[in-house]
Write a protein that binds this ligand. Structure first.
Ligand code: MIC
Ligand code: SF4
Length: 643
């Protein structure tokens, strides 16, 4: 039978279930990646699984998030990660080598393979024809130990691209156009598979920008075929042997098809505070700007940096603007230094930062109060920049450059001729920033500083679950709301008791202390609860605070999985109207919860405050029920591995 590309890769990696949308499948994972902010916890969990070496074809540990070493904490984490990598057979991409997704695309991504990463933008590697998915650190730890990755089988959406991009319009505008059309919920439970005549006109960095920001659609992943463009890219990266041509069969069907004419697009901008609040840049023309940031795993490639350099060359940014530039990798930065484009950027007045996530995750460069910041990043959630009242807009490097020069929103089409970016026949390949693990059996000591706090295992789920509604929130709550990042909080990613103090801090500063005083309880939420990052700390820290169940209208995939992994019951309201009756402070009980979860999808929750019986439901597979009953996946996986 004719298969689409996603079906081809999934079926060749399927170890459990069938490719029936909505049912649970288990997929064999060829490669894993972690980054430092999620990696420390993932490796503590990997250690707890008791395996002596990773079982994947390739596992890489990147350091790119916690790069401001304002005290020993982040540096302790980096050292721990390096020693763990050496011990367990993992490649270590050292700080300075670049942002995980950019480096992985350059050096390791392989068409036809599967990749699981403890970062939600892992689908970036889908630009090279992989099934690359984001997950919580614990799921990645299990995959490193040779376990399958379980997920609800996604529906496959064929995105038919026709035409070609007009001058001054680039990949960011493609994904912003899709976000405008489909919203941040539009991709939930789906794989976005690009096909059609428009594909061949998109180079690999452009495809990777589009698959990267598929995460903002809520998609499980996004994928492009591997064709002659992919082959040329791999050749230029001195990896021709990694190429395999792979695409959908000509007769293949999709669960849904949407069409996008690339030729119809124009420069777009996402407005505060959601990536789907998209308008043409022309609508904002003339509004003043305070900051412009170019970089992040979405737009920091050789192509994007050279576009920026070409537009800034011989000019200077406006006096009212601060421009920061974060190249995606050491490769990109080194090539910019070699060919002089770095000179064009520096002399234009930019502040060049290291090859890392930087301002994208609030690691420095927070804008001034109430400032307008235009960023080539992928997320503009409220407060993520480090400044609560900053207004963050998302745009392409072309729009960012035009804005930086003008000091106000400006249409890049006013800049004259569109530069032609020449791609190198050979990228500058220097893997000295990637430390290979020593051979198996080599004695390696794991270096733990005081910032690495040992893991605590949870108790199995009780018979009855009771407590108060500790917080009620609305739709589209992001993991940045639940577990903020930034310079203050990120250094505690390997210290759960401490990081738990920051849960929901920006929404309700009293939340963590209230949860602790009450000995835990419930959280009530709306649609698409937990969208955004893969950070498992958004499950782990609330679990530490004693949160027993969440009752919402619907969940984002990775956060739902993280809740299960840490023994929090992800309930949904059978009738969304009950949301209105569940007030903060109401006392709830789920009687006989273990049996209720096992015996079907309905779960009765009693509201003791107003006497209501609230019908909830769960969509847990039998396996997931067992995980929740065991008190989380670590307990479950340890039992499983013990046989
Ligand atoms: C993000 O962009 O939000 C992050 C920081 O990369 C997260 C991972 C994390 O919180 O460490 C993600 O996207 O998964
Ligand atoms: Fe880093 Fe930002 Fe990409 Fe997350 S989205 S991996 S913080 S660059």
């Amino acid at each position: 039978m004719a298969q689409n590309l996603a079906q081809k890769i999934l079926s060749s990696h399927l170890v459990a279930g069938e490719l029936e949308p909505g049912t649970e499948i288990g997929v064999r994972i060829d490669q894993t990646l972690t980054q430092d902010a999620t990696g420390t916890m993932a490796y503590l969990q990997f250690e707890a699984l008791g395996v002596d070496r990773v079982k994947t074809e390739l596992s890489v540990s990147y350091v790119d998030h916690n790069m401001l070493q304002s005290d020993f904490r982040n540096a302790d984490d980096h050292r721990f990660l390096q020693s763990v990598a050496a011990k367990y057979g993992i490649y270590f991409s050292r700080p300075g080598n670049g942002v995980c997704h950019q480096v992985h695309l350059e050096r390791f991504a392989r068409p036809g393979k599967t990749l699981l990463g403890s970062d939600s933008h892992t689908p970036t590697a889908g630009g090279l024809g992989m099934i690359a998915m984001g997950a919580g650190g614990l799921d990645v730890a299990v995959a490193m130990a040779g376990g399958a990755f379980y997920l609800p089988c996604p529906r496959i959406v064929g995105v038919k691209l026709t035409g070609s991009l007009p001058d001054w319009v680039s990949a960011k505008d493609v994904i912003l156009a899709l976000l405008r059309r489909l919203t941040v919920k539009g991709g939930v439970g789906k794989i976005m598979e690009y096909f059609g005549p428009g594909v061949k006109a998109l180079d690999i960095p452009s495809r990777a920008t589009i698959t990267n920001m598929g995460a903002e659609l809520g998609a499980t992943t996004s994928i492009f075929p591997a064709d002659s463009v992919s082959s040329r890219f791999l050749e230029a990266q001195e990896r021709p042997q990694d190429f395999v041509g792979i695409a959908a069969d000509p007769e293949a069907a999709y669960d849904e098809v949407i069409e996008l004419d690339l030729g119809s697009l124009e420069p777009l901008v996402a407005q505060p505070h959601m990536p789907d609040k998209v308008v043409p840049v022309t609508e904002l023309k003339g509004q003043k700007i305070d900051q412009v940031c170019v970089g992040s795993c979405t737009n920091s490639s050789f192509r994007d940096m050279h576009m920026l350099a070409a537009l800034l060359k011989g000019k200077h940014i406006a006096d009212n603007v601060n421009l920061t530039v974060s190249p995606g990798s050491k490769q990109v930065l080194a090539m910019m230094a070699e060919d002089g484009s770095l000179y064009d950027i520096v002399t234009a007045g930019a502040r060049v930062l290291e090859a890392a996530c930087g301002p994208c995750i609030g690691m420095g460069q927070a804008p001034p109060s109430g400032a307008v910041s235009v960023r080539t990043f992928n997320r503009n959630f409220e407060g993520r920049s480090g400044t609560r009242d900053a207004q963050v807009y998302l745009a392409s490097p072309e729009v960012a450059a035009a804005c930086a020069l003008a000091g106000e929103f400006s249409d890049p089409r006013s800049l004259g001729d569109y530069p032609v970016i020449e791609y190198p026949d050979r990228y500058l390949v220097d893997d000295s920033g990637i430390i290979k693990p020593p051979p198996p059996g080599t004695e390696v000591e794991i270096l733990r500083g005081p910032n690495i706090v040992p893991l605590q295992l949870k108790e199995p789920l009780q018979e009855d679950v009771r407590g108060k509604v500790l917080l009620k929130v609305g739709d589209d709550i992001t993991t940045d709301h639940i577990m903020p990042a930034g310079t203050r909080v990120l250094p505690y990613r390997s210290n759960i008791p401490k990081i738990s103090e920051f849960v929901y801090e920006g929404v309700d500063a009293e939340f963590a202390s209230r949860a602790q005083a009450e000995g835990g309880g419930f959280i009530v939420g709306g649609e698409n609860y937990g969208q955004g990052s893969s950070r498992e700390h958004a499950g782990l820290a609330p679990s530490f605070l004693g949160i027993k169940a969440k009752i919402v209208k619907s969940y984002a995939r990775i956060h739902r999985a993280n809740l299960i992994n840490f023994g929090i019951i992800p309930l949904m309201l059978a009738d969304p109207r009950d949301y209105e009756t569940l007030e903060q402070g109401n006392e709830l009980v789920i009687p006989d919860v273990r049996n209720q979860l096992k015996s079907g999808e309905k779960v009765l929750v009693k509201d003791l405050t107003n006497g209501n019986n609230i019908e909830c439901k769960h969509d847990l597979s039998d396996r997931e029920v067992e995980i929740v009953l065991a008190g989380g996946k670590l307990n479950f996986a340890r039992q499983e591995m013990a046989g």
